[in-house]
Design a protein around this ligand. Sequence first.
Ligand SMILES: CC(C)(COP(=O)(O)OP(=O)(O)OC[C@H]1O[C@@H](n2cnc3c(N)ncnc32)[C@H](O)[C@@H]1OP(=O)(O)O)[C@@H](O)C(=O)NCCC(=O)NCCS
Length: 172
Amino acid sequence: MVRIAPITPDQLPALTLALCDILIETVGLGASVGFLAPLSLDEARAFWSGICQALARGDRLMWGAWADEALVGTVQIVVGMPGNQQHRVDLVKLMTLPSARGGGIGAALTLAAEAEAARRGKTLVVLDTVAGNPAQRLYERLGYEAAGVIPDYARSSAGPLEATCLMYKRLG
Ligand SMILES: CC(C)(COP(=O)(O)OP(=O)(O)OC[C@H]1O[C@@H](n2cnc3c(N)ncnc32)[C@H](O)[C@@H]1OP(=O)(O)O)[C@@H](O)C(=O)NCCC(=O)NCCS
């Protein structure tokens, strides 16, 4: 049984090690989530510390997925948008621990983030993902549309440049 719940800035410090595990394993498997492999524990800790500050400022919201009390997945939305884009959020850093993938956790996290965005009156979710990867298929299944593909957008954590697919979904 998987439980999805928000992660507040007060809760995040106690979850840092588990979040570092998810991030380091995800980067180690080649995912393009902003880092090159190998990702050190210090770099991962610094990343989550910055996210904790963004949560405290109210610029982001974050969720976790727990299976048998172990944190196995996470996602964030960026709500701190410019004045003319207050109606939309960016969905970022969707990650499931590799050993827990394929069980619907990624979809459940995405739907939880969307539900809160809709509750706050947001009408558009935007994201980018490596073109043609399993995440793109998951987003398509959840109703996201591809706006276009940008070649050579970012490096995979293993090094080579990869194309990114920009996607969006209207809420409500
Ligand atoms: C993308 C990601 C979050 C999906 O997490 P998940 O918990 O496996 O998500 P789900 O179980 O809801 O869906 C995974 C899809 O892969 C399939 N799958 C089956 N077994 C799988 C396995 N062992 N590993 C991965 N995917 C598997 C699922 O059936 C599903 O396919 P579908 O969308 O065609 O139905 C996860 O693969 C991940 O962390 N990837 C690396 C980080 C990343 O790319 N994040 C997206 C950044 S935009």
